[in-house]
Design a binder for this molecule. Structure first.
Ligand code: AMP
Ligand code: MG
Length: 520
């Protein structure tokens, strides 16, 4: 196994001087050296062929003992020193102080084809940042992260990715619903990858501790390696840096809204500085279109991280990042201007995103009303978001009255579509048909374009759960199947048609399908 190792983070940034792996506050350092835990009986369940290639490895490498040992934590590659990153964060709106990589251990950085990849094990044992937890991960959450991050990539959503999914062979104790019913589960390790795993909280921690020196070192490092196109660090460049982070964050969230992804825990420690979707925990996919939905049971009361609130939370998190960077800039105005333009940018970009989902290529002012009334209808009748938009590409403007039939399989309670609901839908299809008459694209062109933004296949919540239930019995076939299926989410795949179906009733209130906790 030959990798082009190019460590930078642990070479250029200040390290924790204490080498003992004890839980504590770590100051004046960006990371702590830590060795992954030895695992009892590691077994690779899946390796991503694309990620292998991205880091310059082959299928033969993936079958080697070295690969298994390194990516399950049992062997440290020569000349590399694994480490856990120090960061803080606002959790559910409150400053939580130091968090850090409690169960993620960075192995090394690889450069290949002019790209930088950090390889990081999630679930590889405790670190100084583990607080009261064990540093481990269970199979169910590892399957969810592995499949979803790769699926998001193929959907065109900025995201961290994953190289491998392995069983550790160890047992891990978890209380899934936090109700006192703890049980042992299979331990697992995902090797995650990203250009960088830096988060908003990576900067916040130094600002909160009034450690401006380390803050500046880290920001300069970030610009040098990840925003080098901005130029040499200076006050002006720090502002540009914040502007770009703000834009990337917004773009990422607009993508989430487009595909119906709900992150579930948008704490500032889970916001990537590169605008990547990061930390797949109690996330979920919209089945019925619902702005008020969150998959995270921990957030059930206030629903802070509900689907419709994600763009606002992105902004709230950016305010926290602006506060963290302020000591380096010492001027509030430029930061406020950028935050203001997030708001107008959001209006504009979300409208354009909805237009693209509807196959409208010419911007018309009245589109806002068409979009608004569609969202009202979707909200009023339980409608499968993925099926609705996919089927909409079959809509013919000559036959608005057939719109409702097109959506038959998208409605969860077809009997409910009568009376006022039915007439609202028919009215909408009529307005939509009229609006389409103002477009110049042909039916086929529109269909082709719409099918590029409205996926046919997403990792529906119950699908992930089916893969997990099977894997628990030692059958990993669904992991393979979904991995294949989700590589081409926008394509018709007749052999996988069964996964283009609304959530079955058994999954409506099932733990793992509609209700998830942070216990992972
Ligand atoms: P999350 O909500 O998953 O983003 O995690 C918040 C914080 O808790 C991060 O600092 C994690 O590293 C830490 N954490 C979560 N689960 C564990 C675990 N099993 N062991 C140690 N730390 C954990
Ligand atoms: Mg996290």
């Amino acid at each position: 196994m030959k990798l082009n190792i190019k460590d930078k983070f642990n070479k250029e940034l200040p390290a924790d001087l204490i080498l003992e792996n004890t839980r504590r506050q770590v100051s004046k350092a960006c990371f702590s050296y830590v060795t992954p835990k030895q695992t009892a009986n590691p077994e690779l369940l899946h390796v991503s062929p694309e990620m292998l290639k991205n880091i310059g490895l082959t299928d033969v490498d993936a079958k080697s003992q070295d690969f298994l040992n390194v990516f399950t934590g049992n062997e440290v590659l020569q000349d590399t020193i694994p480490y856990a990153m120090c960061y803080g964060g606002h959790q559910f709106g409150n400053w939580a102080g130091q968090l850090g990589d409690g169960r993620a251990i960075n192995l090394f950085e690889v450069e290949h084809n002019n790209k930088n990849w950090v390889l990081q094990l999630k679930g590889a044992g405790e670190t100084p940042y583990s607080r009261t937890a064990d540093g481990l991960a269970v199979l169910r959450s590892s399957i969810r992260e592995y499949l979803c991050s790769e699926a998001m990539f193929h959907l065109g959503v900025p995201t961290t990715r994953a190289l491998s999914l392995a069983l550790s062979g160890d047992q891990v104790l978890r209380d899934v619903m936090y109700d006192g019913n703890s049980a042992y589960e299979k331990g697992a390790i995902v090797c995650r990858t990203a250009e960088s795993f830096l988060r908003f909280g990576s900067y916040q921690i130094f600002s909160a501790r009034q450690d401006e020196e380390t803050l500046k070192t880290l920001v300069d490092y970030t610009i040098k390696h990840h925003f080098s196109h901005l130029g040499k660090p200076s006050k002006e460049i720090y502002i540009q840096f914040f502007k770009e982070v703000s834009e990337r964050t917004l773009d990422m969230i607009i993508h989430w809204q487009r595909v119906g992804f709900v992150h579930g825990v948008m704490n500032t420690d889970n916001m990537s500085i590169l605008g990547l979707t990061i930390d797949y925990g109690p996330y979920g996919w919209l089945e019925g279109f619902d702005f008020g939905w969150t998959p995270n049971t921990t957030d059930n009361q206030h629903k802070r991280y509900r689907y419709g609130n994600q763009p606002n939370i992105g902004l709230w998190n950016l305010y926290q990042l602006a506060n963290a960077l302020y000591p380096l800039i010492e001027e509030a105005n430029p930061l406020e201007t950028i935050l203001e333009s997030y708001k107008t940018g959001f209006e504009q970009k979300s409208q354009n995103m909805m237009r693209s989902k509807l196959g409208l290529f010419l911007g018309k002012e009245t589109d806002i009303n068409l979009i608004q009334s569609l969202e009202d209808n979707l909200q009023a009748s339980e409608t499968d978001m993925t099926i609705f938009f996919r089927n909409l590409s079959e809509f013919r403007k000559e036959h608005p009255e057939k719109g409702i039939d097109l959506m038959k399989e998208a409605f969860y309670v077809p009997n409910e579509i009568k009376g006022e609901l039915l007439s609202n839908w028919n009215l909408w299809f009529t307005n939509y048909a009229n609006r389409l008459k103002g477009e110049t694209t042909s039916f086929d062109q529109r269909k082709e374009q719409m099918n590029k933004v409205n996926p046919k296949y997403v990792l529906r919540n119950y699908m992930a759960q089916l893969a997990i239930d099977k894997a628990d019995t030692g059958d990993y076939s669904l992991i393979k199947e979904f991995y294949q299926l989700l590589k081409k989410p926008y394509e018709e795949q007749s052999n996988y048609q069964e996964w283009f179906a609304k959530r079955p009733e058994w999954a409506r209130h099932k733990v793992g399908c509609s209700m998830l906790s942070c216990s992972s």
